[in-house]
Each structure stands twice: as structure tokens, then as C-alpha cells.
Design a binder for this molecule. Structure first.
Ligand SMILES: [Zn+2]
Length: 353
């Protein structure tokens, strides 16, 4: 999802202030561009070259920017073009040492380039399917096929086995279903089907596991920082290094949110998943009609609520190191999925976990 829309006035500002403004703009958006960059290239020198070349090109091409696309989409298209250029340049690859790859990028390296681009733009950069299709210059249908085969290959790499056993005619529904963009009639039909079909249930769960997102955490930058995930905005309100290290994450948007809670790991500076994590959450109970209940005001209400779903709104995380006396310095958060409860009718409850 693209949130940064730049209007005609600020484009004038860019033209007047030039390169400096573009550098500032990248600085504010760097985390998702870093992730995008790392999926193509393998060392820090190339990364610097990538940002350098992109900034120069953006500055040069600026007179051709048309405001019918968002500035971020336009910048992303130039950035990807530069990524391809650098990753195709064998002389650059051969002359420099590659740095150890994170598991995420190792998995992405196994994909075909068009699959990788579809997956990275949609799930890591968080761009809508329409904009991704536009950027990759393919139809939305074609883009979804690439996304599907990309997720299928990632799933294989993550040890789920190589193929989907669910019913083929429903394959194309998975992505839209999980993104909550499936037409209502198709959605009902699909939900009725998966209730009876274990293979489709397993496929969907595996598919969901693969839709992951990496968020760089850098305590030296200001908070809050926000990012898009599954169609809604999550805020990292605070990262405070200490004993324990405290992280506060919030998402107060309850309506139209695809998930109730997130599944994630926090990876520390030493590249280990942090040793112990304690969590406290605040949240809202919502019934089948969308009415919200405050658990703090009426703690006994859970049983009385029809088809309750509990949505987290604030998450307080405490991280302790295994080594006594050491503080955990969190480096990144890996969101690898989410939990949601589906009620098909008044009697049946299934959880897509
Ligand atoms: Zn099925």
C-alpha cells in the first residue's frame, strides 16, 4: 500500500531543492528500499552504489514525473530498474565479497526473477497488486500468477513440500482471500468449501505463513515509525534498550483489519532470535455485528458476546538476554504471519492457523 502521495506543490519543492530533497526523502523511506535492494544485491558497496545511482537518475528524470502515479511508485520503478542493472553487472558481482545472506534473502534467491519481484513488491514493499502489476508492466492476472508461483517456491524452500494439494480451482483465491479483497460471493463459496476440505485448509495456512515482512529496528531513529502490513498501518511507538528492552507496537485500526494478532520474531544485533520475550497486550473484543467491547470495563463479557474476535491494539514487549547483565539490542522484526478467527455460521468455528 502506498501512503506517501506527493502533490504538485512538493514536486516543485523537489525541483527547486534538487538532490538534497531526494536524499532526505530516501532517508525517510529507507527501510523498505533497503529490503528491496537486498533482495537483488549482496554487499554493502553495491547497496551504496544502488542508492547513489537511483538518486542521480531520479533527479535527472524528475521533469518527466507525472503526478497521476504516486511519487513513491515512480521512485520504486527507477529503483528496481537500477537494482536489475546492478545485479546483472557480473564484473561488480565477481570483484566483491558477498556478505552472509539472511534466511529471507536466501529463500528469495531461489525464485525466478519475475516471481521474486512480485513477492518483494507486494509483501515486503507493501505495494498494492495493481501498482505492482503496473511497475512490472504485466497484467494484474499475470502478476497474481507470478505471486502464486513465487509463494509456492518459497513454501518449498521453507520445508512445506513442493506442491499444493488443495483444489486447483481455488488456488487463485488464496491471495485475495488473505488480503481480504475477494468478492463477497466468491468469499462465501470459498469459505464453505474450505470448511469441508482439509487440503485447501492446509494450503491456505502454508500460504499465509509465507507472506512475511521484515522491519528494520533502529533505536537511533525517532519513533513512532509506521509500516503497512496486510492492508493496515502498524506503528512501532517505542524501542527502549534496557533490562528488559522494551518495544511498544500499536494498531488502533480495527475495522477492515485482516488479522487479530501478529506472528513475529524479533532478531537481535547478534543475529539470534532474542532469548526471552514477554508480552502484554491491550485490545478490543468485537462481536459478529462489529460492536466493540472494552475488556477492562467488563471483564466477564467474553461468554456473552456472539462470535467474539479479540483484536490487539497495543502490544508491550519485554526482551531479556540469556546472558545475565546483557541488554538486548533489537535489529529487526520479522512478521511471518497473523492470526484470524473465521466463523462460517453460528455453529462452526475454524481457525486458520
Ligand atoms: Zn479443496
Amino acid at each position: 500500500m502506498i501512503s506517501a502521495k506527493i502533490g504538485p506543490i512538493s514536486i516543485t519543492t523537489i525541483r527547486e531543492n534538487g538532490v538534497e530533497y531526494i536524499v532526505d526523502w530516501f532517508d525517510q523511506h529507507k527501510q523498505s528500499f533497503y529490503t528491496l535492494g537486498w533482495s537483488y544485491i549482496s554487499n554493502q558497496q553495491q547497496m551504496e552504489e544502488l542508492f547513489y545511482r537511483s538518486i542521480i537518475k531520479i533527479h535527472k528524470e524528475l521533469p518527466r514525473f507525472k503526478s497521476e502515479t504516486s511519487f513513491e511508485t515512480w521512485v520504486t520503478s527507477i529503483f528496481i530498474h537500477t537494482c536489475r542493472e546492478l545485479s546483472d553487472d557480473r564484473s561488480l558481482q565477481a570483484s566483491e565479497e558477498s556478505e552472509p545472506r539472511q534466511d529471507l534473502f536466501k529463500a528469495l534467491d531461489q525464485l525466478k526473477e519475475y516471481e521474486k519481484e512480485a513477492v518483494v513488491l507486494t509483501y515486503i514493499k507493501g505495494i498494492s497488486q495493481e501498482d505492482t502489476a503496473h511497475l512490472l508492466q504485466v497484467s494484474v492476472e499475470k502478476m497474481k500468477e507470478h505471486l502464486f508461483s513465487g509463494i509456492q517456491s518459497l513454501r518449498k524452500g521453507m520445508g512445506y513440500g513442493s506442491r499444493f494439494n488443495g483444489c486447483k480451482e481455488y488456488h487463485k483465491n488464496y491471495i485475495d482471500y488473505l488480503e481480504r479483497t475477494l468478492d463477497r460471493s466468491k468469499k462465501v463459496d470459498f469459505e464453505v468449501h474450505i470448511y469441508h476440505c482439509q487440503n485447501c485448509q492446509e494450503d491456505l495456512a502454508a500460504f499465509q505463513d509465507v507472506m512475511l515482512k521484515t522491519i528494520e529496528l533502529d533505536a537511533s531513529r525517532g519513533y513512532p515509525q509506521t509500516f503497512e502490513y496486510a492492508g493496515s498501518t502498524i506503528s512501532i511507538d517505542k524501542v527502549e534498550i534496557g533490562q528488559p528492552t522494551n518495544i511498544v507496537i500499536s494498531n488502533h485500526e480495527i475495522e477492515n483489519r485482516a488479522y487479530e494478532s501478529l506472528q513475529f520474531n524479533i532478531v537481535g544485533e547478534d543475529e539470534n532470535e532474542t532469548s526471552s520475550m514477554e508480552m502484554n497486550s491491550e485490545g478490543v473484543l468485537v462481536d459478529k455485528n462489529g460492536i466493540k467491547y472494552d475488556m477492562n470495563e467488563n471483564p466477564g463479557s467474553y461468554e456473552e458476546i456472539e462470535q467474539p474476535r479479540y483484536f490487539f491494539s497495543v502490544l508491550n514487549i519485554g526482551l531479556q538476554s540469556n546472558n545475565a547483565g546483557e541488554k538486548v539490542i533489537p535489529k529487526r522484526m520479522e512478521v511471518y504471519g497473523y492470526n484470524t478467527t473465521k466463523y462460517l455460521d453460528d455453529v462452526v468455528k475454524i481457525s486458520l492457523e
